[in-house]
Design a protein around this ligand. Sequence first.
Ligand code: PEP
Ligand code: CO
Length: 444
Amino acid sequence: MTWSPTSWKQKPATQQVGYGDAAALARVVDEMGRLPPLVTSWEIEQLRGELGRAAHGDAFVLQGGDCAESFDDCRSEPIAAKLKILLQMSLVLVHGTRKPVVRIGRIAGQYAKPRSADVETRGDVTLPAYRGDIINKDGFTAEEREPDPTLMLRAYERAGLTLNFIRALTDGGFADLHHPEYWDVSFATGTARAQYEAIVSSIRESLDFVSAITGVESEVLRRVDVYTSHEALALPYEQAQTRRVPRRDGWYNLSTHFPWIGMRTAQLDGAHVEFHRGIRNPLGIKIGPAMSIDWLIGLLDVLDPDRLPGRITLIHRMGATGVQEKLPPLIEAVQRTGRTLLWVCDPMHGNTETTPQGIKTRRFDKIVDELEQSFALHTRMGSRLGGVHVELTGEDVTECIGGARGLAEIDLERAYKSRVDPRLNYEQALEMAMRISRHLRGGA
Ligand code: PEP
Ligand code: CO
């Protein structure tokens, strides 16, 4: 079948909604197709190059952000806080790995959520499930749960506003190590804070030394690249921003640098795989315990027939109890193909549990455990774990259990804000970066 930005429509699409008003949907897609892109093809190609280097062990990837962004959180504080924790974690990782860190936010487009049930029942009322702010609203009325295509335009605009703010911050000195207010960890406590401060001051000293002997205040010290990513789930939205660009071959999805295919929509003959095979962006593929060898190899053949460096990132999320059994056969199968791919561990989605009170949570210890097992497994098999993918927020929420402050089940009610999956809070995220960093330097 010949690919086009709309050829996915010929294939079965899971996790999609029916829009009552087809003409309204068409108007939205048409309007989004005429608006300027959110990212550019050369940024996308640059990221693909960096992911290719990470696949060879010459860089490390940090991908993180909300499970789902909400339109309400498109405000300066949460965006700046998220950027800040990503930059701080990346600094710790640079220190640990002695390698460039590729920073990718789950941001500026992470508005659509796959759901395990199409409907939600409360008492004797059953309504369509909430599928993220790009599709419907989370209030429990028939009107709010009705899919509304104009929400895609609102999502595009919010993504644009978010990205504009991130670009302004990162270009304008937010990442400058000499601005202590951006690097402080005021609400972290204990040993993590002391270790972090030691790392920052040692890096700052090295940089000052270099600029003293070269006389150059390097630009490199002032700005950093932050890329965007989201699960490319709502296909009309992705299609609308997919276009050709001057002087390059092929089609680019210019709604994000790095789209990924979620576990629930990775069917080989499905619409999501059809859509992604035709775009030139680097692609993430989430792989969970249900992924088989044939399925995975099939995905690689369809999505990366030319074996382009940096094209595919496999993001495994097996859970701390499943990773030993599930991951090695897949690593081996990829090794047999002779491909060098980037492997990233998502230690969040395989470790979700529900407390007796019905609250969705994750245990920090299990998250770290899956990560450490994954590093060890890759090393043992002559493969390489080149990055982590985490759900986090820059705020002081209480959604995951454990970490330095020893959050317990009882604390979850205090500041549980996520509408979907539980995220690491600021302090837990920083602690995770420390643990990875220590691990990579050969420490405990
Ligand atoms: C997610 O990343 O929020 C998600 C739904 O992941 P997965 O597809 O791995 O379940
Ligand atoms: Co999630």
